[in-house]
Ligand binder design. Structure first.
Ligand code: NI
Length: 200
């Protein structure tokens, strides 16, 4: 099966509920790399995402660059977020996407001590946060997506969520099934601290 994973960072936010409606309508699954502080403010939408079969990963509590933090502070950013997700959904986060994709030896070592903290980066960078253009987001997806790809978007921006129907319709027209990152990783045995950006 030809699969691809849509991922949404920095939420949940004001547009996440509308995004979940779109995913449901198109029978597509996605992965949300959430900020703990936003989960605390919007626990209901995170619960809905899990109930509807989406994956919830960890994007830290407040979006610092983990490469600038001590091991103890990295632990706090990750563990506090996972606890907030557990409060909202009944289970903690199952993977980590470091803010800015910033990772080094110290971050990998710190994450290796956390449960369920394999690192998910991406292979398709839509730059949606920068141009705020649904047309440019779709163009980036068309240009960069390959089977097993991981697409980076941000559900805190209205224009990013506006792009989603055209992105899903394009991918499905190309024969892709939209799955969670966990589903993409199904043939792997992901390890905490190990980095994945493309599967298959
Ligand atoms: Ni981010």
């Amino acid at each position: 099966m030809k699969c691809v994973a849509l991922t949404f960072d920095d939420g949940p936010g004001a547009h996440t509920e509308r995004l979940l409606d779109m995913l449901k309508k198109h029978k597509a699954k996605a992965t949300f790399f959430v900020l703990g502080q936003n989960v605390k403010a919007n626990p209901g939408v995170v619960k809905r995402a899990v109930v509807e079969g989406h994956q919830v990963g960890n994007h830290s509590w407040a979006h610092p660059s983990l490469t600038k933090l001590s091991a103890a502070s990295i632990h706090e950013q990750i563990a506090r977020t996972s606890a907030a997700v557990k409060d909202a959904t009944g289970r903690g986060t199952d993977s980590v996407r470091p803010p800015y994709g910033a990772i080094n030896k110290n971050v990998r070592a710190a994450l290796a001590n956390e449960p369920d903290a394999h690192v998910i980066l991406w292979s398709v960078d839509t730059l949606d946060w920068k141009h705020h253009s649904p047309a440019k987001t779709l163009a980036a997806v068309k240009e960069q997506t390959r089977p097993g790809g991981i697409i980076l978007m941000h559900d805190i921006h209205k224009t990013s969520v506006d792009a989603v129907p055209s992105v899903i319709e394009y991918l499905q027209s190309q024969g892709y099934t939209l799955v969670t990152v966990d589903q993409l990783l199904a043939s792997e045995h992901p390890q905490s601290g190990k980095v994945y950006s493309h599967l298959g």
